[in-house]
Each structure stands twice: as C-alpha cells, then as structure tokens.
Design a protein around this ligand. Structure first.
Ligand code: TMP
Ligand code: ZN
Length: 405
C-alpha cells in the first residue's frame, strides 16, 4: 500500500498488472533488457483519487524521443479546433488582451488556432521534438514542466493568464499539487483553469483498462477533482463530457469558493456516487472484468489464428501497451500493427515486440482480421476502411466486451 499523492492517506490497490514497459517506449531494435515498472492502480478512500501506486520519472517518459504526436487523427484535430473556438467564443470574449496558456501543448494542435487569431498565448511542453513541431506551427512554446517555478518565470515575462488549460496532461503529472500552486501564481483572480482527461467513470463502465499506463498517473472524477480544487482554495464550477479517448471529462475550476457553479457538477457527482466511486467497493468488479476481457480476446485471437487467418493491429497506441502485455498478445498472434505516425513506423511495440508498419503496407496487404487497438477512433477508422470491410475484412473490438464486426 502506498500513500496518496494528493492527501497522504493510504491507497487501496484495485488492480496489479505486474511489470510493464513504458507505453510509448517503442523500440527500433528488440532490446535484451527493457525498462519495466510495476503497474498498479489504486484508490484513495479519503480524497477519492484513483492513481498509480508506483510511477516512472517524467524525464524517462517525456523526452526528445517522445513518440506521441497529437495531430494524427482528423477527429482529434477537429476536437481541438472546437476547443480553441470554445476558448475564443465563450471564455475570453470581451477580455482586453487576453493571455491563454496551455500545458502539454504537444505539436500545437490546439494553440495554433489561438495563435492564428493573434491572441497572446504560450504552450508549456517538456518534450523537445514536439515543442519544435509546435513552433513550426507558429505556436509560442517554452520547454518546461509546469509548476510554481515555471509559473513565476511565465508571470515575470508575460503577466497573469486569463486561461490555463490542458488536454490529456493533468493526469500525467505526479506532483499535481505543484501544478495547482503554479495555477495560483499565474491565473488571474477571475481566470479559468480547465482541462480534460480520460474519465474514470467511463473506464469502469466500459472496462477500458488500457487507459491505465505509466503516463496516466491519475484517473479523475468529479468527486476527486472537487476535493483537489478545494485543497488549493479553488472550486470546481462546471463539467462537460467529451467523447474523445473513449470518454473524457472536461473540468472547469476558478479561484475562491463563491463562484457560480453549474448544476452539471452535482449531476455528475451524483452519477459517480451511484457507481460507488466514492468507495473502494465501486472498483472491485472492475478487476474481474479486466481479466475476463483479456481472456476472451486472447481466446478469440488464438481461434482465428488456428483457423489459418492472419491478424494485424490497427493503431500502435500508447494504451495498447497495457492491453497487449497484460493479455500476452504478441507477434505470434498479431503479424504487425499499422500506424500513420512517422515516429512509430519500423519500430517494435514495447514489451511485446510486434513490428509497426506503415498504413500503405496495410492497404496493400490482404489480411482478413484487424484488431482495432485505436478503438477510441473507431468511427473515423471504420469510415476510412469501407473497402477493407467490403472485401470481407473484419474488425475486432473489445470494450466493454469482445466483438467481431
Ligand atoms: P491515440 O488513441 O492515443 O490517439 O493514438 C492513436 C494512434 O493510432 C496513433 O498512433 C495514430 C494511429 N492512427 C492511425 O494509424 N490511423 C488512424 O486513422 C487514426 C485515427 C489513428
Ligand atoms: Zn487521497
């Protein structure tokens, strides 16, 4: 048992996945000895935060080799354009010289729209390679992890921010208390902090345990975020559900405790309590569900293979590292995984060493079964792959249960 990273109380283990490699640790050559760490997810019964019990040092995950590039999905590009429009239309409209800061701005997928409108902005991004891509997109970017010290540097150079935001970044930051300390320094008194991350409610409902990997230190809910904000003298004022990443939640936070609060906050927290997410009991069944999905999927793949068919994976996602390693699905079952990300092609998946090939390779290949590892992009991918399905190709998906369609 470990201490909660937020409140210091003891965390109760939900699932122990055993030793896992880094989710984005795609390798050019099969290594003799790969870095692994114990992937264990637990629940704090005091502040309700679901979290990893053991973590990996940030610079081991986010460095010059970081392989995740945001702009690889049309749907995500659209999502972030809408995100930027939401900031301009609903949050900073009418403000004089507004200043927008994004944490974990990656290749500038969101901020480039803010930049295009000549709005003062700053991306805070620790990975050098993606920060460079953002600059090429016209996005002002500093290479740093966000905390109180970084906030002070930004404050001295640019002044206070009207908006501090992030998508799929807050849940990555182990010392999240330091982020809130930084927000308290940098955010204007009437400014808004908002961010979105995979929603633990969706993960539990869909069994989508593959969201659990080294980079995702926290799995937020309205319950846990309202507690966290309170600790730092802030208030959760709104929640908006997002369809991305298999179900995400956007949380809006303001300084002080007398802000107008949307009724959505109470509604979502009520729903979470109905699933018992404020108690350890709410997570007990999840462990069995995870095991059952893995067993069913592995059995199906073995059966398809035995019948003489080939199977390939679609999308070398970070999250598939947990699925493939935990369910023990390797190159004996999956010939290769196709992906459009240049930083992943011709490498191998972490821990399971399945080769990653280009999309063009897949298009020319006459394979009958595709394991949809990028299941969160199902709609976009199924639309794109009508030819594959017309010629009898089948997609295998697995959350909440295994389906061939
Ligand atoms: P994500 O689920 O973390 O967004 O990662 C999606 C991965 O799937 C990323 O490596 C890009 C890849 N991908 C494709 O190869 N083709 C596609 O059409 C889409 C939508 C994603
Ligand atoms: Zn706690």
């Amino acid at each position: 048992m470990r201490k909660c990273k937020i409140c210091g109380n003891l965390v109760k283990t939900i699932v122990n996945f055993g030793k896992m490699p880094l989710a984005n640790g795609f390798v050019r050559d099969i290594p003799k000895d790969e870095f692994k760490f114990p992937l264990i997810v637990g629940f704090c019964p005091v502040c309700y935060m679901v979290q990893l019990e053991e973590t990996v040092k940030p610079n081991q995950m986010f460095n010059e080799n970081y392989a995740f590039i945001s702009s690889t999905s049309n749907a995500m590009a659209k999502h972030f354009e809408e995100y930027a429009n939401h900031i301009m239309r609903d949050i900073i409209k009418g403000k004089k010289n507004p200043f927008v800061v994004e944490l974990g701005s990656n290749d500038g997928i969101m901020l480039k729209h803010i930049a295009k409108n000549n709005i003062m902005h700053l991306g805070v991004e620790p990975s050098h390679n993606v920060a460079e891509l953002a600059r090429a997109n016209g996005v002002n970017t500093i290479e740093a992890f966000f905390n109180k010290e970084t906030a002070e540097i930004i404050l001295n150079k640019y002044g206070k921010a009207d908006v501090i935001c992030g998508a799929n970044v807050m849940c990555h930051i182990e010392n999240i208390n330091s982020v809130y300390e930084g927000v308290n320094v940098l955010l204007k008194d009437d400014g808004v902090l908002f961010f979105e991350d995979p929603y633990i409610y969706d993960i539990v409902l869909k069994n989508s345990f593959d969201q659990i990997y080294d980079e995702h230190v926290f799995y937020f809910s309205g319950l846990s975020i309202s507690q966290l904000a309170k600790r730092h003298g802030m208030q959760l004022i709104d929640m908006k559900h997002q369809e991305v990443h298999g179900g995400s939640m956007r949380y809006y936070i303001k300084k002080g405790f007398v802000n107008k609060q949307s009724k959505e906050v109470d509604n979502y927290i009520e729903k979470e309590k109905k699933l018992n997410m404020d108690k350890y009991e709410g997570y007990v069944k999840f462990k069995d569900n995870v095991k059952n999905v893995c067993k069913d999927l592995k059995n199906l793949l073995v059966k398809i293979k035995k019948e003489g068919n080939r199977i390939v994976g679609y999308g070398a996602t970070s999250k598939s590292t947990t699925l493939l390693n935990y369910a023990k699905i390797g190159p004996d079952l999956i010939d290769y995984i196709c992906d459009i990300t240049p930083t992943k092609i011709n490498k191998y998946t972490p821990g399971t060493y399945i080769p990653i090939k280009s999309y063009e390779h897949f298009v020319k290949d006459n394979v009958s079964y595709v394991l949809l590892l990028a299941w969160n992009h199902k709609e976009e991918i199924l639309k794109k792959e009508t030819r594959f399905r017309e010629r009898g190709g089948k997609f295998i998906t697995f959350f909440p249960k295994v389906i061939v369609e």
